[in-house]
Structure formats: structure tokens, C-alpha cells
Ligand binder design. Structure first.
Ligand code: GUN
Length: 295
């Protein structure tokens, strides 16, 4: 059996079409143009490419987008002042500070400074807390994208054994949390594995749905999964460079072997990546509506 490929590219395209209509309506009827600012500190090539993709997508949807790129030596105070400036800017509804930040900047302090009403990444403790409680809030983009992919691919999550590999604040922890919530798209029995898990295979082999966000290229191999598993591969690992200078990407899942056993699987690239960006756009539109009192 070869798995059905769950295309993030296609799913994201469909959601973006819906968003485009919403942005046009907000712009024409309410004179409200959703605005996003992305702030990048330093020159990490992966971060540069993510941020530029976010801005490109925003433009394509009619969202006003500003891209601020700061040198790696930028001080914490300068960055905090910039965040504060955008907290107060009426034409900006979403603020995204690309992570990771240089070591001399306290990441938590920066994230806590973003107005929770403009926190389209869903990283502020107010939004993290609301998510935990199952309240309406900005959901973090990658976990939200994973859930949307499962839902739009018609995967039943209720009662499913879900195994998440990776316990980051950005992906693993929130995915696990969202999948166990008592609502549609949740209701799963969740196991969260990490670097100290004793017998990874014992857990992954039990999974009906396997979500992998470990940051280790090709770590999940066919012998670690059961027949019919649904696999969401969040990994984006740069494993080399093509002759034309483009990064060669690999997921955390050994796609070629695992696809022969899985019932459905996301590819890398073209899986979760485009969904993350699309969920950011969705949050930005939502933020604009809320700040304007339209939601
Ligand atoms: N770095 C890796 N993923 C993300 C993300 O979703 N948001 C931000 N701000 N930084 C990231």
C-alpha cells in the first residue's frame, strides 16, 4: 500500500482563497486593511526564508505587510521599543517576532511585551493559557495547521491514539494539548515523546496518528510505525545544498519507506510548512476584525 499524500500546498491554497475574499470585503466595506509586521533579528538563512515567505503570502492576500530586519547586535531594549511601537500602531494588527532570537536577547521578555490582541503567533502566555483552557484565542500557527490538515483530510481524531514526538513550546506541547481538547478535531488519547523517552518505537508503533516535530532528519523509519498510520511530519531539516544554491530539505520522517506503510502522510516540503504561513494569515485577519470590533 502507498499512502495518500496530504498536500499542505493544496489545502493552504483553498484556505487562502477564503481569506482573500474576507480581506477584500474588509477593505471595501469597512475600509479596514489587515496589517502584519514581521521582525527578524540576525541573518539566519532559514529564518530569512520563512519571513520572506510570510510577507509574500500577506501581499498576495491583500494584507498590508511590513518586514523589519535588524542586525544580530540589536539590543534587547531596541527590540522591546520596536515591539512597543507596533503595539501602538493602528494600521498593524499582527506582530510576529521570528524565533530563535540571538542569545543576548531574552526571548520570553520579548514575547511577553507583544500585545496579546496582536499576538498572531499565539505565543503570549495569555493566549497559551486560553488555549490550555479551551477558550477562544490565537492558536499557534504550526499546531493549528496540523489540526486543519487532519480535519480537511477527513481523519477521525476522536478516540484515536495520537503520538507526538517533540516537546517544544512552538509545536509539540501545543499540538498535544489541542488534540486532547474536548471538541471536534480533538478528543484523542495523547502520548508526548521527547529526547528522554526510553523506548520511542514502543510508543510510535501504537499511533493511529503520528505527529513528528523533533528536528532530526529522517528519524522515524518504517519499522517504527504500524500499518495504516496517518503521519504529520513537521520537520524541516536542511540536509544539503543543490547545485543552484537552493537548500535541500528533509522531514523528520523517512518519507520513502514510511509512505509504504502509512494510510496518509504529509510531504516535506509541501506539507505543514504552507499551512503554518496560512494560519498566520488567518490569525492576522482575525486580529484585524477583533481590534476593529467586527468579530
Ligand atoms: N520559528 C519557527 N517557527 C516559528 C513560528 O511559528 N513563529 C515564529 N515567530 N518563529 C518561529
Amino acid at each position: 500500500m502507498s499512502a495518500k499524500i496530504i498536500s499542505g500546498t493544496e489545502t493552504a491554497k483553498a484556505i487562502r482563497e477564503e481569506l482573500k475574499v474576507q480581506v477584500a470585503e474588509l477593505t471595501e466595506k469597512h475600509k479596514l486593511i489587515p496589517g502584519l509586521v514581521t521582525i527578524l533579528v540576525g541573518e539566519d538563512p532559514a529564518s530569512q526564508s520563512y519571513v520572506s515567505a510570510k510577507n509574500k503570502t500577506a501581499h498576495a492576500l491583500g494584507i498590508h505587510s511590513e518586514q523589519v530586519t535588524l542586525p544580530a547586535e540589536t539590543s534587547e531594549e531596541e527590540l522591546l521599543a520596536l515591539v512597543d511601537k507596533y503595539n501602538k500602531a493602528d494600521n498593524i494588527h499582527g506582530i510576529l517576532v521570528q524565533l530563535p532570537l540571538p542569545k543576548h536577547i531574552n526571548e520570553a521578555k520579548v514575547l511577553y511585551t507583544i500585545d496579546p490582541n496582536k499576538d498572531v503567533d499565539g505565543f503570549h502566555p495569555v493566549n497559551v493559557g486560553k488555549m490550555m483552557l479551551g477558550e477562544q484565542c490565537f492558536l499557534p500557527c504550526t499546531p493549528h495547521g496540523c489540526l486543519e490538515l487532519l480535519q480537511r483530510a477527513g481523519v477521525e481524531t476522536s478516540g484515536a491514539e495520537v503520538v507526538v514526538v517533540g516537546r517544544s513550546n512552538i509545536v509539540g506541547k501545543p499540538v498535544a494539548n489541542l488534540m486532547l481538547q474536548k471538541r471536534a478535531g480533538g478528543n484523542s488519547t495523547v502520548t508526548l515523546c521527547h529526547t528522554r523517552t526510553k523506548d520511542m518505537s514502543m510508543h510510535t508503533k501504537r499511533a493511529d496518528i503520528l505527529v513528528v516535530a523533533a528536528g532530526v532528519a529522517n528519524m522515524i523509519t518504517a519499522d517504527m510505525v504500524k500499518e495504516g498510520v496517518v503521519v504529520i511530519d513537521v520537520g524541516v531539516n536542511r540536509i544539503g545544498m543543490s547545485e543552484s544554491g537552493k537548500a535541500i530539505l528533509a522531514g523528520d520522517v523517512d518519507f520513502n519507506s514510511v509512505k509504504e506503510k502509512a494510510s496518509a502522510i504529509t510531504p516535506v516540503p509541501g506539507g505543514v510548512g504552507p499551512m503554518t504561513i496560512t494560519m498566520l494569515m488567518k490569525n492576522t485577519v482575525q486580529a484585524a476584525k477583533q481590534l476593529a470590533g467586527l468579530a
